[in-house]
Design a protein around this ligand. Structure first.
Ligand code: NAD
Length: 478
């Protein structure tokens, strides 16, 4: 798979190239062109021109049909997408085939469905006699697109998170310039092929590759021609983007990092809680923003929970690598730090040896830690690897205090069989998403996002359409 820019309907690969490394075994997969400031300029110009053309006058039905053609195009190339995602990320094929690619198709279908039958997304409100005795007025508001939208996405769920923003941005009638992570350019390039084949006008979707700070990502997010920025990635990167966005007062939608807690109450189904935590901590080797890194267990269950979670972590096989040597080294530095901070390593804590090609890759062991104080950096900072720290609690209030004692607030999981407790606890957790007796169960119409350092705004369903458009109120005096 050759990574290429897609600008104004043309595939090109200008700019200096950098190597793309397979994290599964450290081999070189190919080269990626680094978009220069000129390439980014061209993309923003092409997007602006597209808005002035037929795309700017499409009906919601036409846009819904375009989204369905894209969904069908991804589905038709399903295996190609899976191959490319597995090569770039090293993730198990099963994950790409059951989560990443189907969800990309689902993202386009979901927004096509939302548009259907709602021609202008308009509504009218009558406000009689409000204007100081000057008669009655009819007020109605219409939503219009923001214009040129920059989409910046990370490497962990490359196609899923890119399409999560591209689909609603297009649904709302915008033109898009997307920059995927420099670590995972391949499925984005394939998506550009699908969009070209789906017959969207040139410039409606543009793709540029390259790095973030001081490079393509920054050129794009600081560009005066960009009307909105939708970003998923680290909180520190969000802060950097926001500083650039401030110059042009560009609106942002941010999905950022997390340090997600799980609360396991003594009345929980222990089997379900252990298996759920294995999934929530170790899926995609912990490289999902929603993954659990802090587990709090009510004391009567604590010892058994730790023992069983540790045994399950030690027994895991077939897991994928960290995305890069650099990220592997970062995760391993936290494993070392945890020991220095006084942790007991219940499972893992190092690098596995497979005795095959994977030893050239960037794998780390699924790791379970205990015994750290809440002030430890290991408990406070996002590690983004297959690791969780487990600590006991005694009361519901204490559990909530521990869960909420974090700079982050993305997702949380509550394990209990007490329905009243579930309803009492869930809304008090400072997080954008709280799962009860499950994890990562997603309805694409629900609000998705984080509080505190985990994000700004919500995406999903109407929430995304609202971000990617703005209401214009029309007032007619009667
Ligand atoms: P990252 O912030 O390093 O990079 C994300 C993207 O931003 C990449 O495309 C990168 O090139 C670009 N970028 C980096 N610096 C930039 C700058 N100064 N200006 C403009 N663009 C810049 O994140 P990552 O390492 O790719 O992804 C992992 C992080 O993403 C974790 O913190 C994780 O929690 C978070 N994440 C959050 C969600 C969510 O929905 N909240 C989902 C997935 C990942």
């Amino acid at each position: 798979m050759k990574a290429e820019h897609y600008v104004g309907g043309v595939f090109r690969s200008d700019g200096p190239a950098f190597p793309l490394i397979a994290p599964a075994d450290g081999t070189e997969l190919g080269e990626v062109p680094e978009a220069t400031r000129e390439v980014v300029d061209d993309a923003v110009t092409a997007a602006r021109a597209a808005l002035a053309g037929p795309w700017g006058r499409t009906s919601t039905e036409e846009r819904a049909a375009a989204l369905r053609r894209i969904a069908d195009g991804v589905q038709a190339r399903f295996e190609e997408f899976v191959d490319a995602e597995v090569a770039d990320t090293g993730k198990p094929r099963e994950l790409a085939a059951t989560i990443d690619v189907p969800r990309a198709v689902g993202n386009f279908r979901a927004y096509a469905d939302l548009l259907y039958g709602r021609p202008e997304r308009a509504y009218t409100t009558q406000v009689p006699g409000w204007s100081g005795g000057s008669g009655q007025a009819l007020n109605y508001s219409v939503r219009r697109p923001l214009g040129v939208v920059a989409v910046i996405s990370p490497w962990n769920l490359p196609l899923l998170l890119l399409t999560w923003k591209v689909a609603p941005a297009l649904a709302a009638g915008n033109a898009v310039v997307a920059k995927p992570s420099e670590e995972t350019p391949s499925t984005a390039t394939l998506l550009a092929r699908v969009i070209a084949e789906a017959g969207l006008p040139d410039g409606v979707f543009n793709l540029v590759h390259g790095h973030g700070a001081g490079a393509a990502g920054e050129f794009l997010t600081a560009h005066p021609g960009v009307d909105a920025i939708a970003f998923t990635g680290e909180s520190a990167t969000g802060a950097a983007i926001m500083r650039n966005a401030a110059d042009h007062v560009t609106p942002v939608s941010f999905e950022l990092g997390g340090k997600n807690p799980a609360l396991v109450f003594a009345d929980a189904d222990l089997d379900a809680a252990v298996e759920g935590t294995v999934r929530s901590s170790f899926t995609h080797s912990g490289q999902i923003c929603l993954c659990t890194e802090r587990v709090y267990v009510e004391r009567p269950l604590y010892e058994e929970f730790v023992e069983r979670l540790g045994a399950r972590a030690r027994a895991l096989t077939g897991y994928g690598p960290m995305i890069s040597a650099e990220h592997r080294d970062k995760v391993l530095s936290y494993y070392r730090l945890a020991r220095e901070e006084g942790a007991t390593v219940v499972a893992g804590g190092g690098t596995p040896e497979f005795g095959d090609a994977r030893d050239g890759g960037y794998h780390v062991e699924p790791t379970v830690l205990t015994g750290l104080p809440e002030t430890a950096r290991t408990v406070r900072e996002e590690i983004f690897g297959p690791v969780c720290h487990v600590a006991p609690f005694d009361t519901e209030d204490e559990a909530l205090r521990l869960a909420n004692d974090s700079d982050y607030g993305l997702a949380a999981t509550v394990w209990t069989r007490d329905v009243s407790r579930a309803h009492r606890v869930a809304p008090r957790v400072e997080a954008g998403i709280v799962w009860v007796n499950c994890w990562n169960l997603r309805d694409l119409r629900t609000p998705f996002g984080g509080v505190k350092a985990s994000g700004i705004g919500r995406e999903g369903g109407e929430y995304s359409l609202d971000f990617f458009s703005e209401p214009v109120n029309v007032c007619i005096q009667i």
